[in-house]
Design a protein. Structure first.
Length: 637
């Protein structure tokens, strides 16, 4: 029987969202230190959960009637994750950059006004140049009538758009939840640490191995934080080396930037990964490097600078994973459809957060409303359909990647539908309205590092594991996304109007606007024809994934995982390949020497590596913000 969630638990989550969002903005955009939203497990959310757990220990002892149960504590964690997912460095920071760029940077030279101004949906940008002076220069306040009115429409309409988008994602998660959790019994690795932290018996904190791992990673961060402020103090060189700088001879120098970094928290996360995925992550990372070397060796990049189309291969791989999900679950989905239309079905949805019929209608109505929104923004109906279809297929793949295998990253840079469609079909196949919204969609298609959909399905799994009311948990998550959107706008604009988007508040953020609108300028002035090689390599990535899926299903010993193929080409995986290799090697040795029992005995040490870095990283970030210290970046993906 499920336990109902108390109103105070939801209120706590709501209160934590703006606090955490402002903290994330200062970490990412002001101090330029850590980027907690760029890995799957949000460091700031884990830190907040730990604070909640410690406070709850006090309440349980002295004020038991106000204490929270395990599920309610974890609800605060999930709400913080969903509330701050919008602040991923590819999301709302890009959104505000794109909403301010065209009016502020329009000049007679770049001909913005002539090229596309009449196609810009003014309700999605800030058209008042005077209201943007404080935004760019700082020494101002967001809380003036002029500034508030200038931003009111974009905030309302973008919040509506993204809230509706996450509602469709939630409906998709409801449809697939039973298949993934009950039928396939996927492992949800990312939630292992939050579940362990919120254990009411505090078992994790009684482990000496956990404290050993905690102290090791904490000591590294403390020493390197001191060195960041006092350079004469020695530091521990865990992220100082790049293999690429030592390889100068063609074609081998085509491997480019190849960092040799040792992130303790990633070694900890890597230990949670299934062995075949950990192996595949670092193996396929070098597979992509080899493709670059061969492209240079055979002079393929002379005629085609994009060779070997790695981003496009990865996009095809993600779509391949989505098709795999649909194919594997085809019998289950048939039962869902029968339930939706009132026919005999083996499935019972009375314990689901919403009925399958409601979820199905939510997907249809939500998708249609999103298409209407895009049409109002100037996009044609057929373009909007394929644009949204590709986006939700990618979203489904990302959610599956997380719940099955717990990939530490899933960024997929520059390969969303806004990039895929013009390259495969050709720019001239799209109207100016299509291209303008492709540009504005840079705020949710640049990369997918902080995607909200996997946090939703992980939240549903937490509700199941802690036996709390899943329906209440679902609505709390949707509320968190809505509150998080408003809080993200507030945190960014409060900071930018105070410090200046081109001043102390991360001037590099304005580069997101240049990325998006330079691409639009190129599309409109030098439209490219369709790239047949791009289509070919996208299909190759799709086909390769399905082949890997087939072989893996036929031979259990097959070590190459399709998810490793998909995620390993990303920029973030460049940072992670070595710590994941270390984690794989240790786990391989442990399992071969002492089996599953040895893995379970050593697991607290690796959870301690993660927790130590997150706690010390969080404390030093807070200290750095209040006392203006330089912050050592323990993670910069």
């Amino acid at each position: 029987m499920s336990t109902r969630i108390s109103p105070r638990a939801v209120i706590l989550g709501i209160l934590l969202i703006p606090i955490n969002n402002l903290w994330v903005v200062y970490m990412q955009e002001v101090k330029g230190g850590n980027f907690p939203t760029s890995m799957s497990l949000f460091a700031h959310a884990v830190f907040s959960l730990l604070i909640v757990v410690l406070l709850n220990v006090f309440l349980r002892k002295y004020l038991p009637r106000f204490s929270l149960n395990r599920g309610e504590m974890l609800l605060s964690y999930t709400m913080v994750c969903l509330g701050s997912a919008w602040l991923g460095i590819d999301n709302y920071p890009v959104l505000v950059a794109c909403a301010t760029h065209p009016v502020w940077f329009a000049t007679p030279e770049n001909k913005y006004e002539i090229l596309f101004f009449k196609h810009l949906p003014k309700w999605l940008i800030v058209p008042d140049k005077k209201a943007l002076e404080g935004y760019f220069y700082g020494w101002s306040s967001f809380y003036t009538k002029e500034h508030l009115l200038a931003w009111l429409q974009p905030i309302i309409f973008w919040t509506f758009f993204f809230t509706l988008m996450v509602y469709v994602m939630m409906c998709l998660n409801i449809i697939f939840r039973k298949q993934w959790t009950d039928n396939e019994r996927l492992t949800f690795p990312i939630i292992q640490l939050p579940l362990a932290i919120a254990d009411e018996k505090l078992t994790l904190f009684k482990s000496k191995l956990m404290w050993t791992g905690f102290c090791l990673s904490a000591l590294i961060d403390i020493i390197n934080n001191i060195n960041a402020n006092y350079p004469f103090f020695p530091h521990i060189a865990i992220r100082d080396y790049d293999l690429g700088q030592f390889i100068r001879t063609p074609p081998w120098n085509a491997i480019g930037w190849t960092p040799l970094y040792f992130f303790p928290c990633i070694i900890g996360l890597g230990y949670l990964l299934p062995l075949d995925l950990a192996f595949s992550c670092w193996f396929f990372y070098w597979y992509w490097k080899l493709q670059k070397v061969l492209s240079v060796a055979f002079n393929l990049q002379v005629a085609r600078p994009d060779m070997p189309y790695i981003n496009d291969q990865s996009a095809g791989a993600y779509i391949g994973i989505a098709f795999f999900v649909l194919w594997v679950g085809r019998k289950y989905l048939r039962q869902v459809i029968q339930r939706v239309f009132g026919r005999h079905s083996e499935l019972d949805d009375k314990h689901e957060p919403m009925s399958y019929r409601t979820a199905f209608i939510g997907i249809i109505v939500g998708f249609s409303t999103l298409m209407t929104f895009l049409a109002k923004a100037g996009m044609r109906a057929n373009t909007a359909f394929f644009f949204l279809l590709i986006f939700f297929l990618l979203s489904l793949a990302i959610a599956r990647i997380r719940v099955e295998l717990g990939s530490p990253v899933h960024d997929l840079h520059f390969a969303g539908p806004d990039q895929m469609l013009p390259r495969i079909v050709g720019v001239e196949a799209f109207s100016k309205g299509d291209l303008v919204f492709f540009t504005l969609s840079w705020c949710f298609n640049r990369a997918y590092r902080a995607h909200p959909m996997p946090h939703q399905i992980e939240g549903l799994k937490i509700a199941e594991r802690t036996r709390v009311d899943a329906r209440q948990y679902m609505w709390a998550m949707l509320l968190a996304s809505f509150i998080g959107s408003l809080a993200s706008f507030w945190a960014l604009l409060h900071t930018y109007y105070k410090l200046g988007a081109t001043g102390k508040a991360a001037p590099w953020v304005t580069g997101y606007g240049w990325e998006a609108f330079n691409r639009l300028h190129s599309w409109l002035t030098m439209p490219q024809e369709r790239d047949n090689l791009c289509a070919l390599f996208t299909f190759w990535g799709f086909l390769s994934t399905l082949v890997l899926v087939f072989i893996r299903g036929k031979y259990f010993w097959w070590p190459f995982h399709p998810v490793g193929y998909a995620v390993s080409s990303s920029w973030s995986m460049g940072l992670l390949w070595l710590p994941i290799f270390i984690a794989w090697f240790i786990k391989f040795a442990v399992l071969n020497i002492s089996g599953l029992r040895g893995y379970r005995l050593t697991l607290p040490f690796f959870l301690g590596l993660i927790l130590g870095e997150f706690v010390i990283g969080g404390l030093t970030n807070i200290f750095g913000i209040f006392f203006n210290w330089q912050i050592y970046c323990f993670w910069g993906g």
